[in-house]
Structure formats: structure tokens, C-alpha cells
Design a protein around this ligand. Structure first.
Ligand code: C2E
Ligand code: CA
Ligand code: CA
Length: 663
């Protein structure tokens, strides 16, 4: 049994029965702490090697002086041995740093132990020798005092490693006590007993010091661990286990500080398309599982060193080093592919898509904030541009944003400041050339920016909700103007899906008609296919309520959206407007011609009017007429014009007809 184990056994005797059982958990707990705590305690042994040197110098010189006074060669030998051990220990203490990871705690402890024990034993034996040989009293006092002083002092110093402290105490004192008893004189026997009493007293003191040390180190450890744990929790998203906003910020700063100046980093901002529907239709638990699965997939495609975070709701961020634009494009398409892979949740197949905005450092921003803003803007463009796609940041996006913000700010006051007006574009009967309808198209004449196209401000109005007020105003204006036209001419007004879904939408239209005194049968509402993507109760009742009083509905921009014919049967459309991309777009050809023919045929069978939009040339007019369209609209006939010009066009028509009739 080694000295340490012997002392350990002495210090922690196995206790029988219940007590042992009670002892166990706390021992286990202290063992769990032990490696780091032990390391810190061992570090205290190596602190201040100078104290080691001073102590050694004192004892070695005491031994030297004793040898000189007593003239005993054995004491010279002892002085030399003590000196050698002392030098070896100081060298070891200087050479082995407890701060270095390479030195294991066990090695550090063993090296110290060997030095400490051999030194204590040598000193104790030297003092005992002076008693045994009965030399000069001065020499005995010098050496015994030295050895006892060393044993006591060192046991307090090294209380951090109790076994070492007690070992040193015992090895330096016990030989003296034994020598005292061996000599057997009353004085020495009394000294022997004193020493034997001294040992447990010192053990008790050292044990107390040790406990205080251990507990305070352990407490510091525990609170540090707790603080670490809290910090990790504060930076983690509870649903997916990914980093959260705080975690991402932290990781971004760390990454940006760690990489070299010329490293390229990319931030992918990922937004799941229509995720709200998953949540609404299937419930939040399913939504959470989808988010978890997405998180797992994102982690699997992200390169090493990437930070993957969930940014609230259905938005995720991947931030990672890349080699360049190509690399970022490749990763973006991998992200799409992974997210699009169908999910299986409770046996149900679920498909999710995502839009991606990407910004790169240093190209699109030099700090975390700018990079985030750039990626956010790019994401916005990806979503507006039709979702399920990737957009890389471009500086034009920032300019767009500024313009959008300005429009947003000014749109509300534009109505009051009378900057908006309605223009009318004729829809013409291709057979007779007569104007059947005017489509009302809104115009904004901005005092500084000039004329703004509806494509620019209608989406902003939709996003901000201003479209409801704006839409009601447009309908009211258009109805008022139309009331002054001949009976058979109708007016068409465009409606945004948002406007239709707003509460009281049908009532708004009815009020406009009543105030203008316009027959509901002379109003046509143009809606797009996007209205029917969601099977919405409000939409159906809006159409039903207004159809009942005679308002007609036209399906606008046909062919650009989902082009599902299901809702043509379901809702009472009186007109289909074939989008101008089929007439004057880049893809015009045999295929588009065939589509127009098919739609026209269907319209004729169902008794619907078919309008060809965007007619600019006589050839186009001829072509759509041949294909079976009965109505046409476009610059060939007229641009959208102000109300007085629309009235003039109608008057001209009447005049010509009057002349024809007369003539
Ligand atoms: P839209 O309903 O398809 O309206 C037809 C658009 O095509 C109009 O553009 C019109 O000026 C343009 N256009 C007509 N003939 C031709 C042609 O021969 N060639 C070409 N290249 N274009 C032609 P505008 O007025 O800029 O309106 C754009 C879109 O803005 C409209 O498309 C409509 O979706 C929306 N919009 C316009 N006014 C309103 C409105 O009052 N309310 C709502 N909700 N949306 C509106
Ligand atoms: Ca329209
Ligand atoms: Ca249209």
C-alpha cells in the first residue's frame, strides 16, 4: 500500500451500515468536482516556489551548523542529502507549471509528493539522529526545533492536499518521537508524548483549512458552471435547440473577430413560405416539429464552422465562411433542396418551401448589423419576387427601400392633398369597334417625383393596409364618373384581395354605387387569381352578395398565376381578361396563340366575354380576333385617359354613329 493510499485510508475510513450509505452521495458529488477542484488545490502546492527555497535554505544551514558544532560526519552527509533534495524540488517546481495542460494533475501531485515526503523524512531522521547519538544540547534543540517547525508549518501550507500535508507532518515528527521513546529519559518521553499529541492537533487544523479551501473552490466552480449554463440557455432557441437571436449575435461577433481580414463570410436569411398556414391548419405542435426538422436539415447542409440560428417564427439564419459567390449560390440551392424534401409527420406528407436572402461580407457590409440589414432586404425581394427563390443583396435594393419608405409615408396624405386621380382606358368590342367598358386605373401625380405608376404604390398600399381606404375612394370616384356615361357603357374597377377580405368590403361598394346613383349592373370588378389561392369564406360571400345585386366580376391577368380553371366554374365570372404577356410579351408564339384559342372557346361555351389585354398593333388585334376574343384593350385603341377625355371619346363615337345613321 502506497503512503498516500495508506493516509487516504486513514482519513476516509469505510463506515459501516447506514452512515456509509448516507456518505456515498456527497462523496460522489465531491468526486465529480474533484478533477478541476483537485487541479486548483494542487496548484496551491506549486504557488511560491521561493518559500520552498527559503525554508530549505534555513534547514540545510541548520544541519550544516549542527554538523560543524557537533563535528559529526553523519550530519554533514544529512546536510548534503537535504540540500540535494531541496535543489531538486525547487528545480521541479520551476520546471513543472500547473498552468500548462501538458502536466497532468497526477504527475504534478506525484512529483511534489516524492520531494516533500523524502525531504520530511530526511529532516525527521536527522533530528532523531541527534537525539539518539546524545550530542551537544544546542545541536539537538536546533535540529528538533527545525524538524518540528518544518512539519507544523508545512502542514498548514500544504493543507490543499491533505494527504501530502499529513504525510509531511508525520514523516518529520514521528522519527523524533520514536527516538525520544528509544532514549527513554523522562524529559525525552515527555517530548515524545508532546509530539504525538501535536500530530492529531495539526491534522485537525490542516483538515479544517482543507475543507474551507475545498468548499470555497467548489462553490466558485458551481456558480461558474451555473453562470455558464444560464448563458448557454439564454443563447439557445427552446424549440429547435439552435442559436437564438442573442446566440447568433454572439457567434457572429466571435466569428468575425476570429477570421482573417480577407475571409469571405455569407449570411443566409431563410424564411419558410406560407408557414402560417401549416400552423393554422395542422396546429402548433406539428408546426414545431416542422421547425425542428428544418433545423436539423439546415444543420446537415451547413459547412463546418457555420452558425445556424432560428430567428423567431419561421425564419432561420445560416452564417458561415465561404469561398465566394459561387460557393454561396451552391449552398443556397442545397438549402432549397433540403427544405423542399417532403416531410413525414404522423404519416402525413408535408411540403415546405423557403425564400432566401443572402448577403456577403465584405462585399455587402463590413459589420454584423449591415450584413443583417442587407440579407433582410434581399429576403424581402425574394418574397416579393414570387417566393421560393434566392436573392443576393444588391445596392439597388437599398435605393428601392428608401423609395418605398417615402411612398409609404406620403401615400396617406396623397389622398387628402388631391394628388391621386382616376384614368380610364377603353375596352373595345373587336367586331364593332365600340367602347363597351372603361377600366378605371389609378394615377398618382406626385409634386416632386412626377407620375407614379400603380405597380409602384399599389403593393405598398396593400402592405400598409391603406389599400382599403384607397380602394373605396377609387370605386366611389369611378362610379361617379361612370354615372355620366351612356347607359350601355360599363366601368371596370380593380380590386386587391386585401380589399375584398377587409370587413365591410361589400358594403363599401354598395355605398359607392348608391352615392353615385350608378346601376350595379354597370359596375364590373376585376379580381386576380391570387384571390382564390386561399379558400376564404369572406371572398365567397363578397362575390355572392354583390352578384346578387347585379355587379359583375372579371378574372384579370388570366394566364399569369395558377391558371386553375376550378374557380371559373365556382364563381360567376362574366369576363376573362387574357394577360398582355400572351399578346405582346416575349413568349408570344404558337403556344400562346393556342392558349388564347382554348380560353376563348371555353368563354364562348360558358357565355363569357374574353378580353385580350395589351393590344398595341393592328396585327395583334387581328390575331386575337382570329383566335376568338370578342373584346380588346390596349394602346392601339387608347391609353388610359382622364375622365373628360373618356367622355370625349364616347361623344365622338356617338357623333360618328349619328352621322352614319343619317348618312
Ligand atoms: P391591370 O389591371 O392589368 O391594368 C392594365 C395595365 O396595363 C395598366 O397599367 C394599363 O395602363 C396597361 N396597359 C393597357 N394597355 C396597354 C398596352 O397596350 N401596352 C402596355 N404595355 N400596357 C398597357 P397601369 O395603369 O400601370 O396598372 C398596372 C396595374 O396596377 C394594373 O394592371 C392593376 O393590377 C393595378 N392597378 C391599377 N389601378 C388600380 C386600382 O385602381 N386598384 C387596384 N387595386 N389596382 C390597380
Ligand atoms: Ca385590371
Ligand atoms: Ca390585366
Amino acid at each position: 500500500m502506497g503512503v498516500t493510499r495508506f493516509l487516504n485510508a486513514l482519513l476516509h475510513p469505510a463506515r459501516p451500515g447506514l452512515e456509509q450509505g448516507r456518505e456515498q452521495p456527497s462523496r460522489e458529488r465531491s468526486d465529480q468536482l474533484s478533477e478541476r477542484v483537485r487541479r486548483m488545490l494542487v496548484t496551491t502546492l506549486y504557488a511560491q516556489p521561493s518559500s520552498l527555497a527559503i525554508g530549505a535554505l534555513a534547514t540545510v544551514s541548520a544541519a550544516g551548523v549542527s554538523a560543524w558544532i557537533a563535528g559529526l560526519p553523519e550530519l554533514w552527509v544529512a546536510a548534503v542529502i537535504l540540500g540535494m533534495i531541496a535543489v531538486a524540488r525547487v528545480v521541479a517546481a520551476l520546471g513543472l507549471s500547473p498552468d500548462s495542460e501538458g502536466n497532468s494533475t497526477a504527475t504534478l501531485e506525484m512529483v511534489y509528493e516524492v520531494g516533500a515526503f523524502s525531504y520530511a523524512l530526511a529532516l525527521g531522521c536527522t533530528a532523531a539522529f541527534t537525539i539518539l547519538v546524545g550530542t551537544n544540547a544546542e545541536v539537538v534543540v536546533l535540529m528538533v526545533a527545525n524538524a518540528l517547525g518544518y512539519g507544523i508549518g508545512v502542514s498548514a501550507r500544504n493543507a490543499g492536499r491533505l494527504t501530502i500535508a499529513i504525510g509531511q507532518l508525520a514523516l518529520s515528527c514521528v522519527p523524533i518521537a520514536l527516538a525520544c521513546f528509544w532514549v527513554g529519559s523522562i524529559g525525552f518521553i515527555a517530548l515524545g508524548f508532546t509530539i504525538l499529541l501535536l500530530i492529531p492537533a495539526m491534522i485537525s487544523i490542516a483538515t479544517n483549512i482543507f475543507k474551507v479551501l475545498r468548499d470555497s473552490i467548489a462553490a466558485a466552480e458551481t456558480s461558474k458552471k451555473l453562470a455558464d449554463k444560464m448563458q448557454i440557455l439564454a443563447r439557445t432557441d427552446v424549440v429547435t435547440g439552435l442559436a437564438n437571436r442573442a446566440g447568433l449575435n454572439h457567434a457572429m461577433v466571435e466569428t468575425m473577430m476570429a477570421v482573417e481580414d480577407d475571409t469571405c463570410l455569407a449570411l443566409f436569411w431563410i424564411d419558410l413560405d406560407r408557414f402560417k398556414e401549416v400552423n393554422d391548419l395542422l396546429g402548433h405542435p406539428v408546426g414545431d416539429r416542422v421547425l425542428n426538422e428544418v433545423a436539423k436539415r439546415l444543420r446537415s447542409v451547413s459547412p463546418e464552422g457555420a452558425t445556424v440560428a432560428r430567428f423567431g417564427g419561421d425564419e432561420f439564419i445560416v452564417f458561415c465562411p465561404i469561398t465566394g459567390r459561387k460557393d454561396a449560390e451552391r449552398l443556397a440551392s442545397e438549402v432549397h433542396a433540403e427544405i423542399m424534401r417532403p416531410f413525414r409527420i404522423d404519416g402525413e406528407r408535408l411540403e415546405v418551401r423557403a425564400s432566401l436572402g443572402v448577403a456577403m461580407l465584405p462585399e455587402h457590409g463590413r459589420d454584423a448589423d449591415t450584413l443583417m440589414q442587407s440579407a433582410d432586404l434581399a429576403l424581402y425581394h425574394a418574397k416579393v419576387g414570387g417566393r421560393s427563390q434566392t436573392c443576393f443583396y444588391d445596392s439597388a435594393m437599398s435605393r428601392d427601400l428608401v423609395r418605398r419608405r417615402e411612398i409609404e409615408d406620403e401615400l396617406r396624405s396623397a389622398l387628402q392633398r388631391d394628388e391621386l386621380s382616376i384614368f380610364f382606358q377603353p375596352i373595345v368590342d373587336l367586331e364593332t369597334g365600340r367602347i363597351k367598358t372603361f377600366e378605371a386605373l389609378v394615377r398618382w401625380f406626385h409634386p416632386e417625383k412626377g407620375e407614379l405608376r400603380p405597380d409602384e404604390f399599389i403593393p405598398v398600399a396593400e402592405e400598409t393596409g391603406v389599400i382599403v381606404t384607397l380602394g373605396n375612394w377609387i370605386t366611389a370616384q369611378a362610379a361617379r364618373v361612370a354615372a355620366s356615361w351612356p347607359e350601355e357603357v360599363t366601368v371596370a374597377v380593380n380590386l386587391s384581395p386585401l380589399q375584398i377580405r377587409a370587413p365591410g368590403a361589400a358594403l363599401g361598394i354598395k355605398n359607392a354605387l348608391r352615392e353615385a346613383g350608378l346601376d350595379p349592373r354597370r359596375l364590373e370588378l376585376e379580381v386576380t387569381e391570387s384571390l382564390f389561392i386561399e379558400d376564404n369564406h369572406a371572398t365567397a360571400s363578397f362575390i355572392e352578395e354583390l352578384s346578387e345585386i347585379g355587379v359583375r366580376f372579371a378574372l384579370d391577368d388570366f394566364g399569369t398565376g395558377y391558371s386553375s380553371l376550378g374557380y371559373i366554374n365556382k364563381f360567376p365570372f362574366s369576363k376573362i381578361k387574357v394577360d398582355r404577356s400572351f399578346v405582346s410579351g416575349t413568349q408570344v408564339g404558337r403556344k400562346s396563340d393556342a392558349i388564347i384559342r382554348a380560353v376563348a372557346e371555353m368563354g364562348n361555351t360558358l357565355g363569357m366575354d374574353i378580353v385580350a389585354e395589351g393590344l398595341e398593333t393592328i396585327e395583334q388585334v387581328q390575331a386575337v380576333k382570329d383566335a376568338g376574343c370578342n373584346l380588346g384593350q390596349g394602346y392601339y385603341f387608347s391609353r388610359a385617359v382622364p375622365d373628360y377625355l373618356a367622355a370625349m371619346l364616347l361623344a365622338q363615337e356617338r357623333e360618328q354613329e349619328g352621322r352614319k345613321a343619317l348618312g
